[in-house]
Design a protein around this ligand. Structure first.
Ligand code: NAD
Ligand code: ZN
Length: 256
C-alpha cells in the first residue's frame, strides 16, 4: 500500500460485518437454537437447556417406536403446548428481509420451530425437520399439524392407522438427505456465511460452516458465548444476543 494511502477502518465489528454482508455475492445464513431463544424457546443443552428438566430419551427413535404414547405425551407438552405458540423475533424478520433485499440466498436451519418461515423466509433448508409436519411411521404419508387433534394421543394416520411421528430428526435417526446435500452445496457456493446461535456440536450439521470456510467464505458469527466456530473459523465474532446484534446490523442496512 502506498505510504499516503488510507487504510479503510471500520468503526467496529458490526460495521465490518454489514459491509461484508452487503457485498456478498452468495450470502447464506446458518441458524441454531440460539436464534429462537428470544422467542421463548430454550436450547436443548447448556445452563437453561431443555435437557436439564426433560429426559432426552423421549426423542430417541427406538423409545418412540416402543412407547409412542409416553413419548407423545412429553413431545406434545414441550413442542406443541409450550413452544407451539412462540412467535418470530427481530432476528428471524431480519433474516427474511436480507433474503427479500437479495443480500442472502438461503437460510440453513437446525431448528424445528418453523419460525423462519413464519417470519417470511422463502428458501429455508431444515436440517432437523419441522414440528409442523407429522409423518406416518408405517406408510410415510405426511400431514400438516393443523389436520391432527393432539387431544387424542398418539395421533394416527388417516390412511393406514399407523402411528404419526413429528417430522423432526430424533436421536438415532438420519437427517433428511436432500436438505443435507443442498446445505453442503450452499456452503460450497457461499462467499459469506452468517452463523447465528449455534454451538457447532451436532453433526453432520455442525460441519457446514467448516465446509463454507474451507471453500473460501467469510464467517460472521453471532452468539452470546464462544462456540466451536469462534476460535477456529470465525472471521468476525459479534458477541451478544441474536436480537441485539441483528438490530445493530439492521439499523446500518436500514432494515427495520
Ligand atoms: P445449539 O447448537 O443450537 O446451541 C445453542 C447456541 O445458542 C449456543 O451456542 C448458545 O450460546 C447460543 N445462544 C443462546 N442464547 C442465545 C441468544 N439469545 N442469541 C444468540 N445465541 C444464543 O445446540 P442445542 O440447543 O443443544 O440444540 C441441539 C439441536 O436441537 C440443534 O439442532 C438445535 O437447533 C435443535 N433445537 C432446536 C430448537 C428450536 O427449534 N427452536 C430448540 C432447541 C434445540
Ligand atoms: Zn399411514
Amino acid at each position: 500500500m502506498p505510504e499516503d494511502a488510507q487504510e479503510i477502518t471500520w468503526k467496529d465489528d458490526v460495521e465490518r460485518a454489514v459491509a461484508v454482508l452487503f457485498n456478498a455475492r452468495h450470502g447464506v445464513v446458518f441458524t441454531g437454537a440460539g436464534v429462537s431463544v428470544e422467542s421463548g424457546i430454550p436450547p436443548f443443552r447448556g445452563e437453561n437447556g431443555i435437557w436439564n428438566y426433560v429426559d432426552p430419551v423421549y426423542l430417541e427413535l427406538g423409545f418412540f417406536l416402543k412407547k409412542p404414547l409416553v413419548s407423545w405425551q412429553k413431545i406434545k407438552e414441550i413442542f406443541y403446548d409450550t413452544f407451539g405458540q412462540a412467535e418470530p423475533n427481530y432476528a428471524h424478520y431480519f433474516i427474511s428481509r436480507l433474503e427479500k433485499r437479495g443480500i442472502i440466498e438461503t437460510v440453513i436451519t437446525q431448528n424445528i420451530d418453523n419460525l423462519h418461515q413464519i417470519a417470511g423466509s422463502k428458501r429455508v433448508l431444515e436440517l432437523h425437520g419441522s414440528s409442523k409436519t407429522l409423518v406416518c411411521t408405517d406408510c410415510g404419508s405426511e400431514y400438516d399439524i393443523s389436520f391432527t387433534d393432539l387431544n387424542f394421543l398418539p395421533p394416527t394416520c388417516f390412511i393406514c392407522k399407523g402411528i404419526l411421528k413429528p417430522r423432526i430428526v430424533f436421536f438415532n435417526e438420519e437427517p433428511p438427505q436432500k436438505e443435507l446435500k443442498e446445505s453442503f452445496e450452499e456452503a460450497l457456493q457461499a462467499d459469506v456465511l452468517l452463523v447465528i446461535g449455534s454451538d457447532g456440536e451436532v453433526l453432520p450439521a455442525a460441519q457446514i460452516p467448516f465446509t463454507a470456510k474451507e471453500s473460501g467464505a467469510t464467517i460472521i458469527e453471532i452468539n452470546i458465548a464462544r462456540s466451536r466456530y469462534t476460535d477456529t473459523i470465525t472471521d468476525i465474532f459479534l458477541q451478544g444476543t441474536a436480537v441485539d446484534m441483528c438490530k445493530k446490523m439492521g439499523k446500518l442496512l436500514m432494515i427495520e
